[in-house]
Design a protein around this ligand. Structure first.
Ligand code: 3HC
Length: 666
């Protein structure tokens, strides 16, 4: 199949791209476009050309799979130059998404027509890159510095109507008549002649660049690409076009060769790969999930319920007591109303979503649901009892899921006569916000039940990852390998702030002790202040419960700003001497070696045991569930970058048993 073909419509040459799935600019597409432009120029009977795409979208960017390969001719720049400098008007006819190199192609056309549903953007920053085919130089010329800076640094696309207002699109086509409307529009353009974007003057106010940096300082902390994007847009305001292009090229290559973009590109594919179930026959029919049941109206149950209501799926929520049920339903409503007050959606939409919710005090109300998610407290006996009841109540084929964060899903399944319908759906708190969903595959879980849970995860906007049955599954199992050494390091002499700062510096949104304070140290505490076996007991005995009462490892003000706590340090010191530990200096490097390297090791063990399908799934879990910085690509990607040899040497030095596969890699 040829990825670019041409055909005539009278005096117009239509250059048609067909490179599924997203019409990326693979080398053969670049060649085809170049040839198409040449054909238009060489034929005196052709007066204008249109670039249009088959399939679901206009060109969605450069072919990212080519980035890790040797460059192949023709270069995108050469193809686009030929287009922009052509002596006959070239028109981009856009549907779906014109993204990255796709939008840059459209910018090198002389005019643009788009259907109303189209979106146009330069998402390169999300891959740790910048639009490297002139996007940073042409956008400011076409839409002005303000819009160009915002588009390049955020990567967010703009809808066609807005693009028309901005001057990015010249005309809107009918939603179903792009091909014909583009021909008519191209005929109008013949009289106007070509209009090269490079010849336009840069307009707008440069102060927006500093404003964007200030407004996004927190969000962009640690990232290189947003700043490089802005530097290029700024360069467009002071350099002639060719010099601006050279500046953009240098900045692009710096990012492309760096580890941040490699990590972010890795995550682009990892995220998509995570949705795939190894060995799943293509024709596996999914179960129809029309109605969902959630057991438990607490924080988790409420958050889980909101995901489904927001996606338009009716939910029956079950609690044991009327007041707990009312409280849970009230919180769901309040959360929605808060979002409506912030303008995220209308009050009418709140009512629509609430109308999908049926509160009940009886498990019998779950007789007709297609999926039940149990979100009660972590007690195996209670869970088994609930699943035994569900077995009797739920209709055949209903999926019975537990939101347990570490209990054995096979044991839970054994309480039913249909373990093939049982699996884990482990959401992360706050469940209506956090993107990660671990779908836990039990020994007897049916493949179609697993595939359905993964699909419903996608439907409610989650990134779902398959995990096997083991203590803590993927995420919490690795978390425990970090928490243990962090606690030990406190005893040996590090302060909570020193350890947390190493994590913040690494790029995590918070360190282990900030996380402890946020979660609340009194959760699961025995509540006897005289019984002090652990540091946590000592902190709780002193009434230091965490952020909730303003006192934990840190002191907190009313805005929840933290400062190191003298009292907490005394408690730590006291507990240390009671444990006969001697205080010593701990280096930041040791904190990395003892807290992060064991996570890499545990990831390898998880893979060896088949508890994750692939290393990149582990990266997805840590980036979407625990705030691992995306520009470091997740623990497995980072481990490879850091070097297996270095990690193994340090783990052995610290007395950690090293996974065979990690040793082999070293
Ligand atoms: N290159 C190679 N493969 C790509 C790709 C690209 N630019 N974009 C998507 N794909 C692949 C995906 O990996 C996926 O493959 P799979 O089926 O084997 O898993 C397949 O196409 C479908 O992708 P999605 O699952 O994401 O499909 P959706 O329909 O949900 O989304 C999309 C479509 C909005 C186009 C989305 O794929 C997307 O955002 N793509 C990336 C766009 C992008 O970042 N473009 C910039 C590239 S960098 C660039 O252009 C540099 C230039 O400035 C020089």
């Amino acid at each position: 199949m040829q990825s670019v073909t041409t055909h005539r419509e009278g005096e117009i040459l239509v250059i048609l791209v067909n490179n599924p799935p997203v019409n990326a600019l693979s080398w053969h597409v670049r060649q085809g476009l170049k040839d198409g432009v040449e054909e238009a120029l060489n034929d005196p009977t052709i007066k204008a050309a249109i670039i249009r795409c088959e399939g679901t979208t206009f060109i969605a960017g450069a072919d990212i799979t080519e980035f890790s390969q040797a460059p192949k001719e023709p270069a995108l720049g050469a193809t686009l130059d030929a287009m922009e400098t052509a002596s006959k008007p070239i028109i981009a006819a856009i549907h779906g998404t014109a993204l990255g190199g796709g939008l840059e192609t459209a910018l090198c056309c002389h005019y643009r027509i788009a259907v109303p549903s189209a979106k146009l953007g330069v998402p390169e920053v999300k891959l740790g890159l910048l639009p490297g085919a002139g996007g940073t130089q042409r956008l400011p010329r076409l839409v002005g510095v303000e819009a160009a800076a915002a588009m390049c640094s955020s990567g967010d696309p703009v809808p066609a109507a807005k693009a028309k207002e901005m001057g990015l699109v010249d005309a809107l086509a009918g939603e179903a008549s792009l091909a014909e409307d583009a021909i008519a529009f191209a005929r109008e353009c013949i009289a106007k002649g070509p209009r090269a974007t490079r010849d336009l003057l840069v307009k707008g106010d440069l102060s927006v660049i500093e404003q964007l940096k200030t407004a996004n300082g927190k969000k962009w902390k640690g990232f290189e690409a947003p700043y490089a994007n802005l530097a290029c847009v700024e360069a467009a305001t002071r350099l002639p076009f060719d010099e601006g292009m050279a500046f953009e090229r240098t900045e692009f290559m710096k990012l492309m060769m760096g580890s941040q973009s490699a990590a972010q590109r890795h995550m682009f594919f990892a995220e998509r790969q995570a949705a795939k179930i190894d060995g799943l026959p293509k024709d596996t029919p999914l179960r129809d999930i029309k109605k969902v049941g959630v057991i438990g109206a607490g924080t988790m149950g409420g958050g889980i319920t909101m995901n489904f209501l927001s996606a338009g799926v009716p939910v029956t929520i079950v609690e044991m007591q009327q007041d707990a049920l009312d409280r849970g339903v009230g919180i769901i409503r309040k959360n929605y109303e808060n979002s409506a007050a912030k303008g995220r959606f209308t009050q009418e939409k709140v009512e629509q979503m609430m109308a999908l919710l049926t509160p009940s005090l009886s498990l019998d109300a779950l007789a007709d649901v297609d999926l039940v998610i149990e979100a009660i407290y972590e007690n195996m006996d209670v869970k088994k009892e609930v699943f035994g009841k569900l077995d009797a109540i739920c209709k055949p084929g209903a999926i019975l899921a537990s939101n347990t964060s570490y209990l054995n899903v096979d044991t839970i399944a054994s309480a039913t006569s249909r373990p093939e319908d049982v699996l884990g759906m482990h959401f992360f708190s706050p469940a209506n916000v956090m993107k990660l969903l671990e779908v836990v595959r039990g020994e007897k879980t049916a493949i179609d039940a697993l595939a359905t849970a993964m699909a419903i995860g996608k439907k409610i906007g989650k990134i779902a990852v398959v995990a096997g049955v083991c203590d803590g599954f993927i995420g919490n199992r690795m978390l425990s390998k970090r928490q243990g050494p962090a606690n030990a390091l406190l005893m040996e002499g590090a302060s909570p702030a020193q350890i947390d700062n190493v994590f913040l510096e690494f790029g995590f949104p918070m360190g282990p002790f900030q996380m402890g304070d946020l979660a609340g140290m009194d959760i699961g505490w025995h509540r006897d202040p005289t019984k002090i076996d652990t540091l946590r007991d000592a902190m709780c005995a002193a009434g230091r419960f965490g952020q909730k009462n303003g006192k934990g490892y840190y002191d907190y003000d009313e805005k929840r700003n933290r400062t190191p706590s003298a009292e907490a340090l005394v408690i730590i010191e006291d507990f240390r001497s009671r444990s006969n530990m001697k205080k010593r200096d701990v280096t930041d490097q040791e904190i990395v070696e003892r807290c992060l390297y064991p996570m890499v090791n545990e990831g390898h063990l998880i893979l060896e045991e088949g508890m994750a399908q692939r290393a990149s799934d582990i990266d997805v879990v840590w980036i979407y569930g625990y705030g691992w910085p995306v520009y470091r690509g997740g623990p497995m990607f980072w481990g490879d970058l850091e070097g297996a040899g270095k990690i193994v040497e340090a783990l052995e030095r610290h007395g950690v048993k090293v996974a065979q596969s990690l040793k082999a890699k070293a």
